[in-house]
Ligand binder design. Structure first.
Ligand code: HSE
Length: 438
């Protein structure tokens, strides 16, 4: 029994996917049973990175998702529409779906997986997070017997590239972003990456799998890297940290109502130099999963790019093919669905408000260099139960002193209240930066 694939999109990842499917030699033997039957493109005349038989190509994307001969629809269009509608239409036609579209899954996963469960089809998304790094299937399968406590990752390559260069070159954000755009490492409109939105989509997906519940994307806190300065990177280094854009999902035991809560956040973070994520540089991604009884596992690799992302896409196609050829036939009913591939949760996870999150903080203040300022700061922090780990007056300028403080663990609410009071002190010219510490 052969499996026919209908591919939507022949951009970077689509081309890489077609290349693997058209060149099965030396790869998994199941690939020989998979045929690239149809490829949907927006423009038939565009030069291609891969040669596709002319009779496979069409601009009619809908004809692919309704084609009775297509078993698996692979959505690699990106963007929200028409990707979402085509995925839903494919599901309604009883087709399995493979997608790399984190934006669609993070926003419409509820609708898509409900429809897929009703239709008895699989929707797989290994390529949506971490590019070529296998992390979705490991969370669902190999790590699925663990109680996962936390997932912490560097899951945006563009920001990791920019922060790595800022670290190495001592440069500021804007000129390095401009250079990254020139070199093709950052998009012309970089906001999804540099404002943390792409990482928020991805951590919502990882958290949903790790903690077995749906996530409302609006409940994921996200803060980007635009405000990280060369000065902060230098001070952080002096204190034994590197600054990374981390995506963090952590489970907390239930309180009085015994409903457990998740913290879900994306923000620049001071990471101790000794932490495994501190040495993940350039465009690489890495995800640390902590669970019981396994302990800590780190996944590391290329988080984007034609070949790596296509590797993840085709692994999903092969997973579906394996299930279909192993006796279930094309008709998968909700009862016969492979529970290691299907989505098995419907409820929404409870997410803690940011005000309740506990972390350490780094803060850089510009202050008048005069008696009593440090004492006043200490008192104010103390009044709000903020205990300080270190306080250093780092530089004296014509217009005052620069003070760098690292706190012990404290709730976000207490720390921010103290900081609001400090901002109003006449001796404080500005709170130049506030960055959480891992
Ligand atoms: N824009 C993403 C990143 C790549 O920079 O990591 C695809 O997810």
């Amino acid at each position: 029994m052969g499996i026919n694939v209908g591919l939507l999109g022949l951009g970077t990842v689509g081309s890489g996917t077609a290349k693997i499917l058209l060149d099965p030699e030396g790869r998994h033997p199941l690939l020989r049973q998979i045929t690239l039957a149809k490829v949907g493109v927006r423009n038939l005349d565009k030069p291609r990175r891969v040669e596709i038989p002319a009779d496979c190509l069409t601009m009619d994307l809908e004809s692919i998702v309704t084609d009775p001969a297509v078993d698996v629809v692979v959505e690699l269009l990106g963007g929200l529409e028409p990707a979402r509608s085509l995925i839903l239409k494919a599901i309604a036609q009883g087709k399995h779906v493979v997608t790399a579209n984190k934006a669609v899954i993070a926003r419409y996963g509820d609708e898509i997986f409900t429809a897929a469960n009703e239709a008895g089809v699989y929707v797989l998304l290994e390529a949506a997070v971490g590019g070529g790094i296998p992390v979705i299937q490991p969370l669902k399968q190999a790590l699925g017997v663990n109680r996962i406590q936390a997932v912490t990752g560097i899951i945006n390559g563009t920001t990791n590239y920019i922060l790595t260069r800022m670290q190495r070159e001592g440069g500021d954000f804007e000129p390095i972003l401009a250079d990254a755009q020139r070199l093709g490492y950052a998009e012309a409109d970089p906001s999804a990456d540099v404002d943390g939105l792409d990482a928020a989509d991805k951590i919502a997906i990882l958290a949903s799998l790790a903690f077995g519940g749906r996530i409302k994307l609006s409940e994921v806190y996200s803060e980007g890297i635009r405000h990280v300065s060369a000065a902060d990177i230098t001070y952080a280094k002096g204190l034994g940290f590197v600054i990374k854009l981390l995506a963090i999902a952590r489970r907390h035991a239930g309180g009085e109502d015994s409903v457990e809560e998740l913290e879900l956040r994306v923000h620049p973070t001071l990471v101790p130099e000794s932490h495994p994520l501190a040495s993940v540089n350039d465009v690489y991604n890495a995800i640390v999963v902590e669970g019981e009884p396994i302990g800590q596992v780190m996944f590391f690799g290329p988080g984007a790019g034609e070949g790596p992302t296509a590797s993840a896409v085709v692994s999903d196609i092969v997973n579906i093919a394996a299930t279909l050829v192993s006796g279930q036939g094309r008709e998968v009913t909700p009862k016969t669905a492979n529970p290691l591939l299907a989505c098995s949760h419907q409820h929404y996870c409870k997410v803690s408000p940011m005000a309740d999150i506990v972390s350490r903080f780094y803060v850089r203040l510009l202050a008048k260099d005069e008696p009593g300022v440090i004492g006043k700061l200490g008192l104010c922090f103390g009044d709000h139960a903020v205990s300080l780990e270190s306080i250093v007056q780092t530089g004296i300028h014509d217009d005052g002193a620069e003070i760098v403080i690292v706190s012990h663990e404290v709730t976000e609410a207490n720390f921010q209240t103290a900081l609001d009071e400090i901002r109003a002190f006449p001796e404080i010219a500005s709170v130049a930066s506030v960055i959480r510490v891992l």
